[in-house]
Design a protein. Structure first.
Length: 114
């Protein structure tokens, strides 16, 4: 009897799921999505690359001329890079819809504009 009661209750209630992508919820505060680099702040120390547990950051060159390659398909959004950057050059955004058919499009490149 309890199961019939529960079935009727569920039939009359609104679904808890959303019709994504037509319906969306905003990510909660503190959500860690794609990290982004502010190359005006970066000094090319390489710490973010060294600390990244999934090898998602590659540094080419040194100092202020360093270029950064970030592979979003390797990233696990732990936020270690942003936490460890001595210059606060990395910010974790709330961007999470990052899938793509091409791995080439999952590479983000950053370099300082002199
Ligand atoms: S840790 Fe910060 S300053 Fe150092 S290379 Fe990475 S982004 Fe640049
Ligand atoms: S968020 Fe974590 S996994 Fe992603 S690039 Fe930064 S340190 Fe690497």
């Amino acid at each position: 009897m309890a199961i019939i009661k529960e079935a009727i209750k569920q039939l009359l209630s609104r679904p808890v799921t959303l019709k994504y992508p037509f319906e969306r919820v905003a990510p909660p505060e503190g959500f860690r999505g794609r990290p982004v680099w502010d190359m005006r702040r970066c000094i090319g120390c390489g710490l973010c690359s060294k600390i990244c547990p999934s090898g998602a950051i590659e540094i080419i060159g040194k100092g202020k001329e360093a270029k950064i390659k970030y592979y979003v398909d390797r990233c696990m959004f732990c936020g270690q890079c942003a936490e460890s950057c001595p210059r606060n050059a990395i910010a974790m955004t709330s961007e999470f819809e990052l899938a793509n058919y091409s791995r080439e499009k999952m590479l983000y490149e950053y370099e300082r504009e002199f």
